[in-house]
Design a protein around this ligand. Structure first.
Ligand code: SER
Length: 370
């Protein structure tokens, strides 16, 4: 068993050993960026530095960052999608590029000293090229040199292998790393391109050497940056041999709290219980997001605008799913306490703001019940 706390620390230690400076994660509410409601990726707070400003901590950085992404909300409840997740990230600001980035990721994933994953259960994707940028032969060559067989390298279009934080700003082709989540060992020819449901993305290495100025204009940045993001919850899932993020220590205590309140058991695996289990997962995800947003020092509360509106919708959607589990009254306190207990070692602000979190949840529940 490897815990989220251990994985965070291993990640920081590994990149520290590669001369990266550890920087702290930022608020969930972006500073000086009115175009987005939440920090959606570890790179978000680093945009000025990816565009060329000197970072006070240097050119090699590493951290963990809490993120909120609601774009995939309809997929929440499957094995891997969450509205709130932690991203383990490392960056090169005009220092190393594809070769070192890919080599570092591989070493961290497969070395016995670090995560010791079975290389046979990993596959990758690379950018196939389009009118904006060429086919990423360089990344593919790096993977081949490391020993990845040709059939484990899938060439995919920009919709899969081009990353941008928004309509403008730093962007570029990426190479993504996947872990086998099918039964047994992966067939030799299987990869994300031809067998998409059997592979879970765990890490994305973006090679940010472009800047999107507007819909029509893409220019080269003055430097070649690396921006990587590893999904903490997904990596914990595969490291512990689980099928879904909800089967890990990041979620089990939240779901246990819901089972205790509802008197209904989670995870029966029976078809007739599918909707019920989905409701457990959606509530667990949404409570976790609501606690992280309410616990953030920037102080968002439920409202009818902006980030406060997203927060309100998450809480109310959790409550509607609560009704499907026969939880008619207010029930969010216990699962919220579980979230704080799980996450406050990495995010002490949750403990500091626990009173506010509980008060705001109770107030919103009361409003909804009215
Ligand atoms: N920015 C990239 C992502 O969010 C890599 O960190 O996937």
């Amino acid at each position: 068993m490897i815990s989220p706390d251990t994985l965070r620390q291993k990640y920081l230690d590994f990149f520290k050993s590669k001369n990266h400076a550890v920087i702290s994660g930022k608020s969930l509410i972006p500073e000086n960026d009115p175009t987005v409601l939440f920090t959606t990726a570890g790179m978000h707070p680093l945009v000025p530095y990816l565009l060329g400003e000197a970072h006070p901590a240097g050119k090699r950085l590493v951290n963990y960052q809490k993120c909120i992404r609601t774009g995939d909300i309809d997929e929440v409840g499957d094995a891997s999608h969450l509205t709130c997740f932690e991203m383990l990230g490392n960056w090169s600001l005009g220092d190393y590029f594809k070769k070192e980035s890919i080599a570092y990721s591989w070493e961290f994933l497969v070395s016995d000293k670090w995560l010791a994953l079975d290389p046979k259960k990993l596959s990758v994707t690379v950018f196939m090229g389009d009118e904006n940028a060429p086919k990423d032969e360089e990344s593919a060559a790096c993977w081949r040199n490391i020993g990845i067989p040709e059939e484990k390298i899938a060439w995919l279009p920009a919709s899969d292998n081009w990353w941008a934080a928004g309509p403008t700003g730093p962007c570029g082709p990426d190479t993504e790393i996947f872990y086998w989540v099918g039964e047994g060992m992966p067939p030799a020819a299987s990869n994300k391109g031809n067998d998409p449901d059997s592979w879970m993305e765990i890490w994305n290495n973006v090679f940010m050497e472009y800047n999107r100025i507007d819909a029509k204009t893409l220019v080269k940045l003055p430097m070649q940056n690396v921006d990587t993001g590893m999904g903490l919850e997904r990596t914990i899932t595969i490291l512990n041999g689980k099928k879904s993020v909800y089967d890990t220590e990041s979620f089990k205590p939240i779901i246990a709290a819901l089972e205790a309140i509802s008197g209904i058991a989670y995870g029966s695996d029976k078809d007739k219980d599918k909707d019920k289990d989905l409701s457990f997962r959606i509530i667990a995800d949404h409570v976790r997001s609501a606690v992280m947003i309410l616990g953030d020092p920037k102080g968002v509360v439920p409202s009818n605008v902006g980030a406060g509106y997203v927060l309100r919708r998450l809480i109310r959607r959790a409550m509607r799913h609560g009704r499907k589990l026969a939880m008619e009254g207010s029930f969010l306190r216990k699962p919220a306490e579980a979230v704080i207990a799980i996450l406050s070692s990495a995010y002490p602000e949750l403990e500091d703001n626990s009173q506010k979190i509980m008060e705001e949840l109770a107030r919103e529940e009361a409003k909804f019940l009215e």
